[in-house]
Design a protein around this ligand. Structure first.
Ligand SMILES: *Cc1c(COP(=O)(O)O)cnc(C)c1O
Length: 221
């Protein structure tokens, strides 16, 4: 496997040329503990996992002060396993999940509302036109702080289609932020992965989530 540090430095350079404040989340879902520690050694401070087991397992043995991001679909019954171990949840996409977070969290949780901008049926997330109502309805939940919106790009090699999706998320995020809701400052956009992080940065991402292109994949993980 390629050493992480030079790759991280190159990606950081590319991204900070577009936005100096951008945050890079290393998605470690396909690598083990050793490779995750190498990522931290390389200077990475945000780690992303998409399964409760993966997050809990790594969280237990990694004591460095990193931020933990849960980026995957979260089943309601698994909320209790992870919600008090994460710094950011990127996949708030339904009322039943919000209710369970409210019940299980012991402090306010920074959440991204996941939006299905492309409308692909295989993707989770709230429809763009329903996002504002959903966020407004979260007002009574004092354990939920909507820091931003998250999306996954459509499955296509067509850059212009990907760019449109990111533009759509950014514009929606700004609309929510404009409402000045105390429970939903919504200042952040979580978008961009290995194949499209530069496009996402150009369209206003504040967090990119990079797995394969940064830490790679390990068959045993
Ligand atoms: C796996 C995953 C990523 C990272 O994907 P890569 O293509 O490996 O960079 C980002 N976001 C989510 C939600 C993921 O599940």
């Amino acid at each position: 496997m390629k050493p992480i540090k030079p790759v991280f430095e190159r990606i950081t350079q590319q991204l900070t040329a577009v936005n100096e404040a951008i945050q890079i989340i290393a998605v470690t879902k396909q690598v083990g503990i050793e490779r995750t520690k190498e990522a931290i050694q390389a200077g990475i401070i945000h780690l992303g996992e998409n399964r409760p087991e993966g997050l809990v397992q790594k969280h237990e043995v990694i004591s460095e002060p990193v931020s933990w991001h849960y980026i995957g679909n979260l089943q309601t019954r698994k909320v209790k396993d992870v919600i008090n171990e994460v710094d950011f949840l990127h996949s708030l996409d339904r009322m039943s999940l919000a209710q369970e977070i409210q019940k299980r969290a012991n402090r306010p949780v920074n959440c991204f509302v996941q939006v299905n901008v492309s409308g692909e049926e295989s993707k989770s997330g709230i429809a763009p036109e329903k996002t504002m109502d959903f966020i407004e309805s979260l007002e009574p939940f004092d354990k939920i702080n909507v820091v931003g919106l998250m999306t996954m790009a459509p499955n296509t090699a067509d850059e212009s289609v990907i760019r449109e999706a990111f533009k759509g998320l950014k514009s929606l995020q700004l609309q929510v932020a404009d409402k000045n809701l105390s429970h939903a400052p919504c200042t952040e956009c979580s978008m961009g992965m290995s194949n499209d992080y530069l496009i996402a940065a150009q369209e206003g991402a504040s967090f990119v989530r990079i797995g394969t292109a940064l830490v790679g994949t390990e068959s045993e993980a």
